[in-house]
Design a protein around this ligand. Sequence first.
Ligand code: PMV
Length: 369
Amino acid sequence: MSDRFYPAAYTKTIPQGEVCWQAPSNIALIKYWGKKEIQIPRNPSLSFTLTACATRTSVGFSLRTDHSSDYSIDFYFEGEKKEDFLPKINTFLKRAQPYLPFLSTYHFEIRSENTFPHSSGIASSASSMAALAICFVDIERQLLGLPEEALDHTKASFIARLGSGSACRSVQGKIVEWGVHEETNGSSDLYGIDWEEEAHEIFKTYHDTILLIDQGEKQVSSTVGHGLMEDHTYAERRFSQAHEHLSQLQEALRSGDLESFTTLVELEALTLHAMMLTSNPSFILMKPNTLKVIRRLQHFRETSGLHPCFTLDAGANVHILYPDSEREEVYQFIKNELVGYCENGGYICDMVGNGAKKINASASKTLVK
Ligand code: PMV
């Protein structure tokens, strides 16, 4: 199955060069929670690709002369050299090596920075792994002597998945599905597929205002969280429920049915948290203000007749999703009634976007020190 991602023989020798890409974060509507090795999901998921929350990564590469280690990497995060990120990058490169054989033959200088504050409680693994993966696939494109437009986005998603599962949904398309789902042609456990074309127009300009309820470090790492699903009492039922929810959500996404959309998206968010509440050990990731925001939002929806709904990641922050046609009223409501529950009044205005984009390397110099 993954044979498709082994490259043809490289036709070019490139002594050195640089590529730079920006990849966005994504917010899952159907949640991925539980996996088999390596980042094979136990159930299919579907997400909105975001715009504002993104990682910009440049990769400088030069042929190695010293082969004393498997890989040769200098990694800088927001301008500062970070040795502690190297083990994670090394693991990622090892997994990607069979599909990107040039990785062991070059020295890499990787410079990465996020467009959102480091301490916002927003996980950056999806955007950072997607940006890095697409940089590597772009370098390989050059070694194969292929033009820019031949860049293999599916391979970039496949490689991103090896770094962090949800990263495979951050490469291309506004709405991305990942994981085998009987009713979706072309769905795969190995990479994300663009689901945008099938969706009603209303979802292509959806807003996501992220309320930063708790800006601290994540209480449960994804690795631990996925692991907790292994012998979870409700795991098998949850995995089949995700298939059912995905079929129902696809229906709502096609028809533009905002009532069903709301019901399913909120149910998925609460189910993710229910899984953590009922695992052993268990985790309570919502904060009192998370619940207050949810209650207020649901009350506003009932009284206004508008359609904002919430979703949650594996943390206390609340994503408020709403259509562009309702942006003024919903944004006013958020500012007047919800921002007070955020830590230091912090929130991020984001919306559905197209996926990763290439930054020309000289422009990247002004940003990446
Ligand atoms: O990609 P990971 O291993 O960090 O897992 C992400 C899991 C959730 O964000 C909680 C849900 C999802 O589907 O993105």
